[in-house]
Ligand binder design. Structure first.
Ligand code: SF4
Length: 674
């Protein structure tokens, strides 16, 4: 880890980057996170593109990207640029280039920035397997470099910026051969292009490492950040453009984007962001704004760096590995070990009207039958509330809610209801009394009930309280324990907790992830904050259960959001996963409508990944690990894929949905909807 990434793992610290000017907009350094998006119109349709760009800018988009698939579109960027400037719109334009170096050279004359994809700038994707000798490899790198060099020179002459944008799904065959479809391959691919730029003395560069898999994107960006720092130790590095590609639409697309982008921003990585939704690009901006706002809040938080824990929080930050933990079980409740990440409801104070409340909960759960409520947590912070816990348990049983009940209360109080609950959740602050801790442990050990220590301390105090709690448990012979943290910096606090546990030979103690919705937050903000607070640790491999508080009146919504975060982090699948591109000027059908239609037919296929991509130029590569693909191949025509293999070509759009369903059946992945 580097001078910046080591502290940034435990407290928010922005990665030091240089400022890159994209027209009038500066990206990187101490500049705010810039919001950007991409038009979905045909680039040859000047009026439509200008109109859409105008709407995007009015919504808050600061940088507008436009596809330039061929020379004609690249040429038309000139009139588009002129029309926008005539309308007083100063937002810089970015030409999106794949496969067409000649289009890039033309586009550089008209727009402020060029995006190139190292995977396809000078390589055709042939899905070939071929072994390269070192000599062949060098020759190929040189060939690609010479193809790229004229663009670098022209951008330097014209003062244009460039994004070297690697995508997980579109790595060149050569890179795939040597590195596989990996974050390392993505990084190496980008660095080859950087070599050419630096050789030409050109540094107006922004990088991206996108993937539709949040975990892969996070690992690739982290790796690139570290590799760049190794190349130029102590220097401000190149800014990063963050995004999760083909995130889809609706709730899932937003959650997945918030996890991938938000987790990196928690690391201090990221200078400009694009949320890719299969929706009108205008609707991407409020999501991006919320993600950026959260990051700025984090970076403005001044918490002291905690003492260096004696162990890392994960073994490898560049690979996802779920932390190995012991299973904590009482009755039907088992958390940790090989159990899936559990989903609990955190309902607040134990209800006074127990029967009525339990029936309401049963009704709410019945409305989301596919989403299992695997635990219910209530607070009992005074003796009266403690007395109600047993009654609430009976009421839950009467209402048919079998989920185990956990209770949160002060040391000592909770013993009064230990017989009715699966777990005691005991807040532990910085002034925690070691005697009270020991008393609570003795009571829990006697009743055979596990304790979750709910740390309510600043990041730098976590180690001390973890030490006290572990000591009390060791003395009292209580091994059935978990930890959680209730902190203003949830992602960093969970990392410090994991590291402190590992340093004390308690690295196998499960961690419960908790997030509390602020009642003042609207849906967009609440969703983004829950996705980042829970999703970022999950992508690090941390967390054995999740719970979102603050939805006591809408428990179905809390469950839905928690399961979507688990799916977005690829930890637990509850629905079909849709990988759909945001569409652009290459798109050959109405992507939003088509996605909605296919979702309606196939949205119940738990665990199946279906890609819906707008064009065959980038679609097949970008859909990466989808099980089935629906890709526009011509006007009114679709190619269908099983994995990476195209199995039906030029299927008329009118029958393509049926053929897709038939393919899913033929491959044994179909199930009739309930
Ligand atoms: S896959 Fe979609 S977003 Fe990507 S180039 Fe094709 S149409 Fe555009």
């Amino acid at each position: 880890m580097s001078r910046w990434s080591r502290p940034a793992a435990y407290v928010p610290r922005r990665r030091p980057t240089r400022e890159v000017a994209i027209g009038d907009v500066l990206v990187g350094g101490s500049q705010p996170i810039r919001l950007q998006s991409m038009t979905t119109t045909n680039t040859l349709d000047t009026a439509a593109t200008v109109d859409q760009a105008r709407r995007m800018v009015e919504a808050g988009c600061e940088i507008v990207r436009i596809t330039a698939p061929s020379l004609r579109e690249a040429q038309n960027l000139g009139p588009i640029h002129a029309a926008l400037r005539a309308a007083g719109i100063r937002a810089p334009l970015v030409a999106d280039i794949h496969y067409t170096p000649n289009a890039a050279m033309i586009a550089a004359e008209h727009v402020e920035k060029i995006r190139v994809n190292p995977g396809n700038y000078a390589d055709k994707k042939r899905f070939e397997v071929r072994e390269y000798s070192d000599a062949q490899w060098r020759e190929e790198v040189e060939r690609v470099g010479e193809r790229f060099r004229p663009l670098v020179r022209r951008c330097r002459e014209l003062g244009r910026a460039m994004r070297i944008g690697t995508n997980h799904g579109s790595l060149a065959d050569r890179i795939l051969n040597r590195y596989g479809d990996t974050p390392l391959g993505m990084v190496e691919s980008a660095l080859e292009f950087l070599d050419v730029c630096e050789d030409e003395g050109y540094r107006d560069i922004v990088f991206s490492m996108k993937s539709s898999n949040s975990q892969v994107a996070i690992q690739a960006y982290r790796l690139l950040a570290e590799r760049l720092e190794e190349r130029a130790p102590g220097e401000d590095s190149y800014p990063f453009h963050l995004g999760v590609t083909e995130a889809g639409d609706g709730e899932d697309g937003r959650v997945k984007s918030a996890i991938g982008i938000g987790a990196l921003l928690e690391d201090g990585i990221g200078d400009t962001i694009r949320v890719s939704l299969t929706e009108d690009p205008v609707r991407e901006i409020p999501v991006a704004r919320e993600i950026a706002l959260l990051a700025h809040e984090r970076w403005a938080t001044r918490e002291d760096l905690p003492p260096e824990p004696g162990a890392p929080y994960v073994d490898d930050r560049h690979a996802h590995r779920r932390r190995t933990t012991r299973s904590i079980a009482r009755g039907a409740m088992a958390i940790g070990g090989a159990n899936p990440v559990r989903v609990e409801l955190d309902l607040g104070t134990v209800p006074v009207a127990a029967a009525e409340s339990a029936r309401a909960l049963a009704d709410a759960l019945a409305a989301v039958p596919a989403l299992a409520c695997e635990g219910v947590l209530v607070d009992a912070f005074d003796p009266g509330a403690v007395d109600q816990v047993a009654g609430y348990r009976r009421a839950l049983d009467d209402a048919g809610v079998a989920a185990p009940l956990a209770v949160r209360g002060e040391c000592g109080f909770v013993e009064g209801c230990a017989d009715s609950v699966s777990r005691l959740v005991v807040p532990a602050g910085s002034l925690v009394d070691p005697i009270a801790l020991k008393g609570t442990v003795a009571g829990a050990a006697q009743k055979g009930v596990p304790i979750e220590w709910d740390l309510r301390v600043r990041v730098r105090e976590i180690g001390a309280v973890v030490g006290l709690a572990l000591e009390a448990c060791a003395e009292g012979g209580l091994e059935e324990i978990l930890f959680s943290v209730d902190a203003t910096l949830p992602v960093h606090a969970v990392r410090v907790l994991a590291a402190e546990l590992a340093a004390r030979n308690a690295g196998d103690v499960p961690i419960a992830l908790r997030h509390r919705r602020d009642p003042g937050h609207d849906d967009e903000r609440a969703r983004v904050r829950a996705a980042v607070a829970l999703g970022a640790p999950l992508c690090d491999g941390l967390g054995d259960s999740v719970a979102i508080a603050g939805f006591a009146n809408d428990p179905g919504r809390a469950l839905d959001l928690a399961y979507r975060v688990l799916q977005g982090a690829r930890l637990r699948t509850s629905w079909t996963e849709f990988i759909s591109c945001p569409s652009c000027g290459r798109t050959l059908f109405d992507l939003e409508e088509t996605t909605a239609r296919i979702k309606a037919r196939t949205g119940h296929l738990k665990g199946v990944k279906i890609a819906i991509m707008g064009c065959i130029v980038n679609g097949p590569g970008e859909m990466a690990d989808a099980d089935f693909g629906y890709v526009g191949s011509g006007v009114g025509q679709v190619n269908l894929y099983v994995g990476q293999e195209c199995v039906e070509r030029k299927v008329p759009a009118g029958v393509a949905d049926e053929r897709l369903v038939a393919l899913i059946r033929e491959h044994g992945a179909w199930a009739d909807p309930d």
